[in-house]
Design a protein around this ligand. Sequence first.
Ligand SMILES: [Zn+2]
Ligand SMILES: [Zn+2]
Length: 303
Amino acid sequence: MAHAQDILKSPPPRRPPKLTSRRIGIHTSSAGGVENAAERAYRLGCNTFQIFSSSPRQWAPYELARPQCEQMLRLREKYDLKPLVIHTNYLVNLASTTETFLKKSIEAFRGEIERALMLCADYLVLHPGSFKGANREKGLLQTAAAISAASHGLGLAKGGLMILIENTAGAEFSLGGSFEQVAEVIEHVRGQVPVGACIDTCHTHVAGYDIVSEQGFLDTLAQLDATIGLKNVPVWHCNDAKAARGSKLDRHQHIGKGTIGLEPFRRLLNDPRLAHCAFIAETPIDEPGDDRRNVAALKKLVG
Ligand SMILES: [Zn+2]
Ligand SMILES: [Zn+2]
């Protein structure tokens, strides 16, 4: 991500940001400590947000201090920020066929769960992984087994934490390029851990689903309902796409500026079947203020 002007360094807003009937937010920087993300999210006009609870491309374990978690909770209550979504580190691959890498991934994912519980997060988003060296079916089974192993004994249900399997662009060996694959992981894990799905609009589009035409959008939602079930999708990642439908190229674009365009987001945000969902942008920051503009673009679509 480009260097953004940190919203924490500008004076706080004089009036509280206008909110909508939908939960709308953005992936927010945790620079200076995770608790700072809550203040940033509020100033960006969000009523929900997503963070990384550790450095997203490093293995180094990250220890959260109790006061940080308390401050996070205080700010979330003060600003009515819910749900809190945590995105798992990108290095974690629970489908890895390399024993040492799998062990490392399971340990790291266990750390993700522990931090999510400490932060009283509602959801922990996970990419189902890459099956390179095996086959897709084995990969899906292994990811499911690794989720169970990593979460064993941690009390997710008691802590109010749910793991969400995210659909992916489906390139090469990556798992989760179809709703069926995400549903399969969920089926295997269900009963052991609270589990659901996070659906990313960019991934769905470049994986080949039609969400752009009105009929295509309805058909895709029907397919989602028939496989994963709409009630099992509490979080959407709202990203426009730089690449074409079916390209399997995962490049996020600003809302309304890509190959998806504004209308599908309007349909998504106003669909009464999705009123329970949180909608979170993971859009690029090319210019200072892009984060605020993308949140505003989504909010403006709520009718
Ligand atoms: Zn996403
Ligand atoms: Zn993506």
